[in-house]
Design a protein around this ligand. Structure first.
Ligand SMILES: *Cc1c(COP(=O)(O)O)cnc(C)c1O
Length: 227
């Protein structure tokens, strides 16, 4: 099956999950995760109507930024090293994976040089697995507060990656946990911070994530096939 028919299927499932949850489907955006995929696949997806693309690796994203001339909205979703931030400054719409103040400071510095503001999400390790990136649940509010003091970044929400389960229902409590944390951050009323976005849900579990409040679902293999 083609990328375009996969996309049509995924979008249909997003709509159905939103309706199921009593949500407006327009409040859920699909981030097509194009890591390891050639630029031609991104262009093909774009021509089928997909505009938002998520990449994990800066060394892979940089050549794609040059190769893809379409009006793509790029998101960074993977673990980001501070020394790589300079290569993408001003070129991505959202960084989902900010999990430490040193990284936030470097994003702030690089975007500041351009006189621009970078939208970011704080990545939370909601499951507490030691192998996962992300700030602890307890550390999240502190990190959001620290980020709020930086003039060239804007915190727009939270992101998480639950453990892998065969059964998507098993991931649901982690999605619900991120939503509750986002509500707790909102209740802190931190100046300049909003919790508009909840980035959660991948190919195997995006419907459960939408039912728990996801506004950004990050889907790779279900669109582009196995990596
Ligand atoms: C690879 C990746 C995804 C997409 O995973 P699929 O299972 O292929 O849909 C989503 N989020 C992050 C952070 C990833 O690294």
């Amino acid at each position: 099956m083609s990328i375009s028919s996969h996309l049509a299927q995924i979008n249909q499932r997003i709509h159905a999950a939103a309706h199921q949850a009593g949500r407006d489907p327009a409040t859920v955006r699909l981030v097509a995760v194009s890591k390891t995929r050639p630029s031609a696949d991104i262009v093909e997806a774009y021509q089928a109507g997909q505009t938002v693309f998520g990449e994990n690796y800066i060394q892979e994203l940089v050549p794609k930024l040059a190769e893809v001339s379409e009006a793509v909205e790029w998101h960074v979703i993977g673990h980001l090293q501070s020394n790589k931030v300079k290569y993408i400054a001003g070129q991505v719409a959202l960084i989902h994976s900010v999990d430490r103040i040193s990284l936030a400071s470097e994003i702030n510095r690089q975007w500041g040089k351009l006189g621009k503001i970078c939208n970011i999400l704080v990545q939370v390790n909601i499951s507490g697995e030691t192998t996962k990136s992300g700030t602890t649940e307890a550390g999240a509010i502190q990190l959001v507060r620290a980020c709020a003091l930086l003039r060239n970044i804007r915190v727009r929400g939270l992101m998480t990656m639950p453990p892998f389960f065969d059964d998507p229902e098993a991931a649901r409590p982690f999605f619900a946990g991120l939503r509750r944390l986002s509500e707790a951050v909102t209740a802190e009323n931190i100046a300049g911070v909003d919790m508009a976005e909840l980035s959660m849900g991948m190919s195997g579990d995006f419907e459960a994530a939408i039912e728990e409040g996801a506004t950004l679902v990050r889907v790779g293999t279900a669109i582009f096939g196995n990596r």
